[in-house]
Ligand binder design. Structure first.
Ligand code: DGT
Ligand code: CA
Ligand code: ZN
Length: 573
């Protein structure tokens, strides 16, 4: 989607304006626009003028720039800004941990012209000593460089999946396909992916191939064959499409879904059982007799296994569990009854309570919790005691009118660097749900951050820790924290851990979700919605939960409203 490109440009414009020392409101306007466009599941190129203007933070001026960019591929204001800032400096900005101020300082003082220069100087400790730069800053710059290089190889799933789905729907319109599905890491919902793998069946494979290589998103054709083609699309992502015979579809789907290590295990089992599996089918070794392969289930059935869902196929115990008939009955999107981490425009969200309720009901939910930021978070217009109490009143009044739906009164309190929360217990005690999270001081030591999270867990009114590790995929690593200790504290205090479903967060990740389940720590899956469409990110959170082997019973927001409130009260006992 073009959304990510535009968001990227606006973000970079904000950086460039900051380097030039421009007006803070202008800078903030671009940042906000970037955030809101980046978070839209709908393609801005498909939007009408009115729809564009309805995106929070997009006025006439920015809407005009967006429209112009869609039509012409040009953003003159951006080109101008880039001309005004030296190229070496814009290059430094691409390092995730390097903000505009530091980038400018390094550029001015040390004449660093490229990333290799920066890396060398940071390694030689030649940056520290400059104002505001410590050993830790150098370390973070080196980590940022590594991340930049890594990031070029793998992309966050949230950036790729909408594009992949778009390609599927275009292909369906342009060619006669029977089966058409994603395979590879995207089908397994891995948090980052290298490329897009697509599998199809069709009576006219060559026409499908031709339609594929001529899709408008295609920038470069790497290979155009009769049943397999590879292209690079505008965002620089490689897409592979294979058309296979109908009778091989299941075997091919299993093969190309992977993971590689899961497949290797299956093939070993087949060999032991006198069979052979490949992307065409399953065969008896001694006489090559074909045993199946049209359906993916065939592969598992012939090996004497129950069907293993794609999210589990990582060879992390799923084969043993399948052999012992101990596979989890995975959580599903439809099990989720509400979202417990939602922002309104009272803090940094974009919508009123009414609009959020309507959107939540449209998604079939029974409840939401309003969890605006609190006063410690000035940048997010966090609410003070008085404003929180006002919001509570508003929610109480709304609840009186609502039938079959309930709004929980909550807050997302900030866990400060000094281990305290930014609202007094007296106020917290009045809320249905308190979500606590870290928003600053990410560079404290492992001991300090661990202590911060545990202090929050020990507060009697806190029910859940939101985005517990603080990472932003491809942009910011998790802070240093001893999650094992944090989990033990949560277990002891009867608190939950959040899977934040925002696609760049997915925090806690799949491995931690699995660990939480093993330790019997309840999980909440929330979207942290700031803009209504972001409610639809729930599927990402659910999928990470599934990759963490979670079942319905492991997730708090599968409870009905009554039982949820019971659990929340208990969590405060
Ligand atoms: P990615 O692309 O790095 O995000 O991860 P995948 O799993 O999509 O990997 P990819 O695209 O290289 O290959 C797609 C699937 O094809 C992979 O999950 C399993 C299968 N595959 C690819 N190469 C091999 C191989 O050498 N042996 C076996 N058994 N399977 C393979
Ligand atoms: Ca792949
Ligand atoms: Zn939040």
């Amino acid at each position: 989607m073009i959304n990510q490109q535009i968001a990227g440009i606006f973000d970079e414009m904000a950086d460039l304006l900051e380097i030039k020392g421009e007006n803070v409101f202008r800078i903030r306007a671009y940042r906000r626009a970037a955030q809101n466009i980046g978070g839209l599941p709908k393609d801005v190129a498909q939007m009408t003028e009115d729809e564009l203007l309805a995106i929070p933070g997009i006025g006439k001026d920015l809407a005009g720039k967006i429209r112009h960019y869609i039509d012409s591929g040009k953003m003159e204001a951006y080109d101008e800004l880039r001309k005004e800032v030296p190229e070496g400096l814009t290059l430094l900005l691409s390092v995730p941990s390097l903000g505009p101020k530091t980038a400018k300082l390094l550029y001015d003082r040390l004449q660093i012209k490229d990333i290799d220069d920066l890396e060398r100087l940071a390694r030689e400790h030649r940056l520290s000593g400059l104002p505001g730069i410590k050993d830790k800053t150098e370390e973070n710059i080196l980590k940022g460089i590594e991340m930049l290089r890594r990031g070029k190889e793998r992309l966050p799933i949230g950036r790729v999946l909408p594009t992949a789905q778009d390609i599927l729907s275009q292909l369906r319109k342009k060619a006669r396909v029977r089966e058409l599905t994603l395979a590879g890491s995207l089908r397994r919902w891995k948090e980052t992916v290298k490329d897009i793998d697509i599998l199809a069946t069709s009576e006219e494979p060559e026409k499908v191939m031709s339609a594929f290589v001529h899709l408008p998103v295609v920038r470069e054709v790497l290979m155009h064959g009769p049943t397999k083609s590879s292209v690079v699309i505008t965002e620089g992502i490689q897409v592979d499409l294979r058309v296979v015979e109908k009778e091989s579809f299941g075997a091919a789907l299993a093969y190309f879904t992977g993971s590689k290590s899961h497949n290797i295990r299956l093939r070993e089992m087949a060999v032991k059982a006198g069979m052979k599996i490949n992307e065409y089918g399953i065969y008896r070794e001694k006489d090559d007799r074909r045993l199946g392969g049209e359906k993916e289930e065939d592969v598992y059935r012939l090996l004497g296994l129950p069907y293993i869902p794609p999210e589990l196929r990582e060879d992390t115990g799923e084969i043993e569990a399948a052999l012992g008939d101990r596979l989890p009955e995975l959580l599903e999107l439809a099990d989720i009854k509400g979202d417990l981490h939602v922002h309104t425009k009272h803090s940094d969200g974009s919508h009123s309570l009414e609009e959020l309720i309507k959107a939540a009901r449209e998604r079939g939910y029974e409840y939401i919790a309003i969890t605006d930021h609190t006063k410690g978070l000035g940048v997010a217009r966090g609410l003070n005691e008085e404003k929180i109490l006002e919001e509570m009143k508003e929610i109480k009044a709304v609840n009186k009118r609502l039938k079959g739906f309930r709004v929980l009164m909550g807050a997302e309190v900030d866990i400060r660097s000094d281990y305290t929360l930014d609202l007094p217990d007296e106020v917290l005690s009045k809320l249905d749900i308190v979500v606590a999270s870290v928003h600053s001081g990410f560079r404290q030591s492992r001991e300090q951050i661990t202590k911060r999270l545990i202090s929050a867990i020990k507060n009697p009114y806190v029910s859940v820790i939101a985005h517990p590790t603080g990472r932003l995929i491809g942009e910011r690593d998790a802070y240093e924290v001893d999650m094992e200790k944090v989990f033990s504290a949560a277990k002891e205090a009867g608190k939950a851990m959040e899977i934040n479903a925002y696609p760049l967060r997915l925090d806690i990740n799949d491995a931690y979700a699995k660990r939480a389940k093993e330790m019997k720590i309840p999980v909440m899956i929330n979207t942290d919605t700031h803009v209504i469409n972001q409610f639809d990110f729930m599927i990402y959170g659910v999928s990470i939960g599934r990759r963490g082997w979670l079942e319905k019973g492991d997730v708090i927001n599968t409870l009905n409203a009554e039982n949820l409130l019971k659990w929340l009260r208990k969590s405060k006992a």
